[in-house]
Design a protein around this ligand. Structure first.
Ligand code: AMP
Ligand code: MG
Length: 343
């Protein structure tokens, strides 16, 4: 009897030991920031980690949302008097956004909300603005009129800030910090098509990230990465067809005050920091191919995949070896893939 008992104890200890060694995984799907999100991670505390990351993203949205009435950004955008105190995090993100506006010479502009909202992009009803209406609103989009002193923000009456083009990347960076605080060393986050990863897959291989086909359903290409963000801006994500039959997309050119009209249909940035990749994906989309390539030549910290309306795919040399085209898509034979080099 005693022998039996010790055998059972031994077996129990054996099973417990090996099941604790096995990598646990957990994943959560949820809706936030007007999009679907998925966080999957591997590690002993996977379940607590994904819940904490999800809660964190929810809390963040409460502070940076442009439409939620209690958010710092809403309070700032509807203030009658300045300065307005915001949280340290929001102040830092505004400061970063303004610095990106300067760096990209306004291709990235976090102050376009007076115009984008007039075109109806946060509402159900879209409207094509006349040139006169655009001209009246353009002075309210000058990012040089935002002053930041610590956490106190001042701007001209009528100006409005929108962190929509960096928010998801920032949320990803912050969620990654949360996951890491639970000891997570392998994770993938899909925040509305923005992919961010911690480490590699549990088997040590790279993550294979699909780039959405901008012309149709499915995936046009794959890129293999580990510990990187792969962030895409696409005209296909949000747009409306006007009464004139034209397509008007949600990414705006701050110089014209109108939706971007150039050859780019999708721009993907691959880099270490999600916030930066997010800002750059929007910026390169606005710049068009030629300016984007020139901009990239002076930078060292990111790679890109730009897809144009005439079926060309420009891939920067740093990521070209990890890029593969999905040959099974229709039109595969007419697509031209170009490796862009620094010199
Ligand atoms: P993304 O999907 O990251 O490219 O962000 C697009 C969102 O950013 C839009 O839905 C607008 O809210 C906002 N936005 C549009 N055009 C610009 C721009 N040129 N610079 C910064 N934000 C923009
Ligand atoms: Mg962006």
């Amino acid at each position: 009897m005693k022998k039996h008992f010790s055998t059972i104890i031994f077996l129990f200890a054996f099973i417990t030991f090996f099941s604790s060694c096995e990598k646990k995984s957990a994943e959560n799907y949820f809706e936030n920031m007007n999009t679907f999100m998925k966080v999957k991670c591997y590690g002993k505390k996977a379940e607590e980690a994904v819940s904490a990351a999800q809660n964190y993203i929810k809390e963040l949205e409460e502070t940076i949302s442009v439409t939620k009435e209690n958010s710092d950004i809403y309070r700032l955008n509807h203030a009658q008097e300045f300065p307005v105190q915001v949280s340290q995090k929001v102040s830092n993100l505004i400061k970063y956004s303004i610095s990106m506006a300067e760096k990209t010479e306004g291709a990235f502009n976090p102050c376009l909300y007076p115009i984008t909202s007039a075109w109806g992009f946060t509402k159900k009803e879209n409207k094509i603005l006349s040139d006169k209406e655009v001209k009246e609103l353009l002075p309210l989009t000058n990012y040089k009129n935002v002053k930041i002193e610590g956490n106190a923000i001042s701007m001209k009456n009528g100006m409005m800030i929108d962190l929509g083009a960096v928010g998801k990347g920032f949320a990803g960076d912050e969620a990654i910090k949360v996951l890491k605080s639970f000891g997570i060393k392998s994770a993938i986050l899909d925040l509305g098509g923005n992919i961010q990863t911690i480490g590699s897959k549990p088997d040590g291989k790279n993550w294979s990230i699909g780039i959405k086909n901008p012309f149709d359903q499915g995936t046009i290409a794959f890129v293999e990465v580990s510990d990187m963000a792969v962030i895409t801006s696409g005209g296909y994500e949000r747009f409306f067809i006007g009464s004139d039959g034209k397509k008007y997309i949600h990414i705006f050119d701050g110089k014209t005050g109108k939706p971007v009209e150039n050859e780019i249909v999708s721009s993907t940035i691959i880099g270490k920091i999600g916030t930066e990749c997010d800002a750059l994906s929007t910026s390169l989309f606005v710049m068009g191919v030629e300016k984007s390539i020139n901009f990239w030549k002076n930078e060292n910290n990111f790679d890109f995949i730009l897809i144009t309306d005439d079926l060309k795919i420009y891939v920067s040399e740093g990521i070209f070896g990890n890029f593969s085209f999905n040959n099974s898509i229709p039109d595969a034979q007419v697509v031209e893939i170009i490796c862009v080099k620094k010199d």
